[in-house]
Design a protein around this ligand. Structure first.
Ligand SMILES: Cc1cc2nc3c(=O)[nH]c(=O)nc-3n(C[C@H](O)[C@H](O)[C@H](O)COP(=O)(O)OP(=O)(O)OC[C@H]3O[C@@H](n4cnc5c(N)ncnc54)[C@H](O)[C@@H]3O)c2cc1C
Length: 400
């Protein structure tokens, strides 16, 4: 049995992003004693996804109607640009994407958790995991002055995002999963049509960066004439094509050129001013195999690479995942007859999670999306070949 004599908390949550704060709220619903450790001083200071499809979990977490209140605009329209940017595919999805400001969402989740008396420590970066025998029983964290503290719990939820220290400490292989992505918020662009726009940029199509990996550039509307733009680099395909390792500076250099001169894309950005710009990472290609990679901890959200493979739904899926796992963990903690971290119990919890609708959905979408990206960027590969096959791309996009 795991020794819990030192455990001050039922659950420690590493990270106060959407996954961490949602987990905290669901733990609060189950009357658990929780400590959230967040490395940043301010909650929501680094925007990530700012579009989502409505799901009832939003009402459960934020309060009924709150999502509507913070929605800046919405659209169900998508436009995909061929590598020559002359050909396009237009699509209207069944449900619209809601566009909002990250800070509004994060502040609300934070306030809801605080209303439930959840203890949230900011400026508290997890640096080490503490073991009791073979079970994780706590974490070491430090503030920006370098002062270290320890906290102990019966369970540590790793909700610390795409670059998860907990995942890395447990030697999880994120190599092919985490794609570099630039997020840029712009004001006053030349951006009339309010659909989401995607540009397919295959390997070899940029003469100033012939070895640059296949990339998808995007533009999303926000409100009025404000919008978001960026690029997402297809890192797994780059590895399959054996392309040279990219440094941050290589990505930034290409991003500057794309903003200035990539056909159609640069036109839409013309005259705009940038209010936020950052190179970060996003998990793609599908979730990790085991959500309990070590006794004592469960990975949730981006730390588990639990993003719908198009990048379109890391937020809602992280929230649903948080609910499913918090319920499994709380049930196990309340069952005094069974050791939560016995091999059999871990197996049972993983099995139950893998039976959930959300897990099956994420797995299915990853399979389809990975197949499509591999076909486009690896099998067809070049700009010319993709243009030759554009009819098939259209057909696939129609049914995808
Ligand atoms: C550019 C971009 C665009 C995206 N677009 C969309 C979209 O349109 N729709 C959508 O649904 N999803 C989108 N996503 C994905 C979505 O944002 C993520 O899936 C979601 O934020 C995952 O939440 P999380 O809590 O797991 O991770 P994060 O949001 O990354 O939160 C992790 C938290 O952990 C903290 N942390 C990190 N390390 C430590 C540590 N050592 N100790 C303590 N705290 C730590 C971080 O500061 C952060 O607060 C996008 C992501 C990016 C990067």
């Amino acid at each position: 049995m795991m020794s819990s004599k030192r455990a001050e908390y039922d659950i420690i949550i590493g990270g106060a992003g959407p996954a961490g704060l949602s987990s905290a709220i669901f733990c609060g619903n189950r009357d658990k004693k929780v400590l959230v450790l967040e490395k940043k001083k301010d909650i929501g200071s680094e925007p990530r996804g700012e579009t989502l499809h409505y799901h009832e979990i939003l009402d459960e977490l934020l309060g009924k109607g709150f999502m509507k209140k913070i929605t800046l605009s919405k659209t169900a329209d998508r436009t995909y640009y061929a590598p020559d940017t002359n050909e396009t595919i237009h699509k209207t999805r069944k449900t619209p994407s809601l566009i909002f400001d990250w800070k509004d969402l994060m502040q609300r989740l934070y306030n809801r958790a605080k209303e439930m008396n959840i203890e949230i420590k900011r400026d508290a970066e997890i640096t080490e995991l503490i073991l009791d025998g073979d079970t994780i029983c706590g974490a070491v964290y430090k503030d920006s002055q370098g002062n270290k503290s320890k906290a102990f719990a019966k369970c540590v939820l790793a909700c610390d995002g795409f670059n998860s220290i907990i995942g890395r400490k447990l030697k999880l292989d994120y190599k092919d999963k985490m794609f570099p992505i630039i997020k840029c918020i712009l004001n006053h662009g030349n951006f009339e049509n309010k659909s989401f726009k995607y540009f397919f940029i295959p390997h070899g199509s940029l003469d100033y960066a012939p070895d640059f990996p296949p990339t998808i550039a995007f533009i999303f509307p926000r409100d009025k004439d404000n919008f978001e733009a960026g690029i997402m680099i297809q890192k797994d395909i780059a590895n399959m094509l054996d392309l040279p390792h990219l440094k941050e500076a290589d990505i930034t250099k290409v991003w500057v050129r794309l903003k200035d001169e990539y056909p159609v894309f640069s036109e839409m950005l013309k005259g705009s001013s940038i209010s936020y710009e950052k190179l970060t990472g996003i998990p793609m290609t599908g979730p990790i195999e085991s959500f309990v990679p070590h006794k004592g901890t469960v990975l949730i959200g981006d730390a588990a690479a639990f993003v719908e493979a198009s990048g379109g739904s890391g937020l809602v899926s992280s929230m649903i995942m948080a609910k499913e796992w918090v319920n499994l963990i709380c049930d196990a903690l309340e069952n005094t007859k069974r050791d939560i971290w016995s091999n059999q119990n871990i197996k049972d919890m993983e099995h139950k999670f893998k039976k959930t609708k959300i897990y099956k959905k994420i797995k299915r979408k990853a399979k389809i999306y990975n197949w499509f990206r591999e076909l486009l960027f690896k099998k067809w590969h070049t700009k010319e070949e993709i243009m030759n096959k554009w009819f098939w791309v259209k057909l696939i996009m129609k049914f995808a």
